[in-house]
Each structure stands twice: as C-alpha cells, then as structure tokens.
Ligand binder design. Structure first.
Ligand code: TYD
Length: 150
C-alpha cells in the first residue's frame, strides 16, 4: 500500500460491498469515511487528451476527496516541501486533499472518471493558481502559525 508523506493528505479507503458477478457498491458518508461534510460533487471525464494536466492549483480553505471510479490517473501532490505522485486506479481507494496543497491530475486513461467530493461550493477566490504565489502563501501561513495565530 502506498504511503502519503505530503502534509494535509491521506489515503481514504471506502467500504466495498461485493455481490459477485452482480457488481460492487462503495459508500462514502460524511465524517465517517470522508473527513468533512460534502457540499459539492463534481466529476472529470471525457479525457480525449491523455496528456492533459489538470489542477495546477491549491486551495486556501477547500477540502476535497478524489476517487478514480473508472480507469486510472495520477495525482501529483506538493506541500511546498515534499512532492509525491499517487496513482489512483481502484474505485474505493481515494485521496483526501486538504488545504494548501498544490495538486495536479495527469496520466489519465481514456476511460477515466475522476469523482471529487468537496467541502464547499465553488468559490473562485479560494484558488491559488500561481506556484510562486502558493509558496509565498504557505510561508506566510507557517509564520503566522508559529506566532500563534491561525
Ligand atoms: P478547475 O477547478 O480549474 O478544474 P481542474 O482543477 O480540474 O483543472 O475548473 C475548471 C473550470 O470549471 C473553471 O472555469 C471553473 C469551472 N468550475 C466550476 O464552475 N464549478 C466547479 O465546481 C468546478 C470544479 C469548476
């Protein structure tokens, strides 16, 4: 099993109920399997360009959980110090993507469907889309935390 070493992230394994040739069910409940209350669901699909690199941003407050429910893809995680690439290819194994994590989605299989559960509605201002700005933001946050602020 892969180990996640970057900050603010972890693997999530959802229960999997197998009915043999009649299929499987996986379930995600707020605070039980997903460490936040889900307010929004979106999914990424129709990846005709397998060289697509999506994401390339970090969030200030938004928490998300990513599941590749069909096919496979790779999630690049960067907390400003450590970087890690995680392959998602099992529908019931996902990634918790906490705050202040630069992330990319890449190496999509053509049948990939990436399901994302999010802790809030879409807010443009929550995005940091420039890597240098991200580094400055997390350094500022780190200094504030050291001074005892939030
Ligand atoms: P973005 O979050 O940048 O996608 P990705 O991280 O997969 O590359 O969003 C791409 C576009 O879709 C952007 O114009 C904003 C829009 N969008 C919404 O309107 N609502 C949403 O909930 C999401 C996730 C994106």
């Amino acid at each position: 099993m892969i180990e996640i070493i970057v900050k603010n992230s972890k693997l999530i394994t959802l229960p999997r109920i197998d009915d043999g040739i009649d299929g499987s069910i996986s379930v995600a409940e707020n605070f039980k399997h997903i460490p936040f209350a889900v307010k929004r669901v979106y999914y990424i699909y129709n990846l005709l360009n397998q060289k697509a690199i999506r994401g390339k941003h970090a969030h200030k407050k938004l928490e998300q959980a990513l599941f590749c429910i069909n096919g496979s893809c790779e999630i690049g995680l960067d907390d400003g110090t450590l970087h890690q690439d995680i392959t998602l290819d099992t529908p019931n194994t996902g990634i918790y993507l906490g705050v202040e994590l630069w992330h990319t989605m890449k190496n999509f299989s053509d049948n990939c469907i990436l399901l994302v559960l999010a802790s809030d509605v879409y807010k443009k201002d929550d995005y940091i889309r420039d890597y240098d700005e991200f580094k400055k933001y997390i350094d500022l946050r780190r200094r504030r935390r050291l001074r005892g602020g939030n």
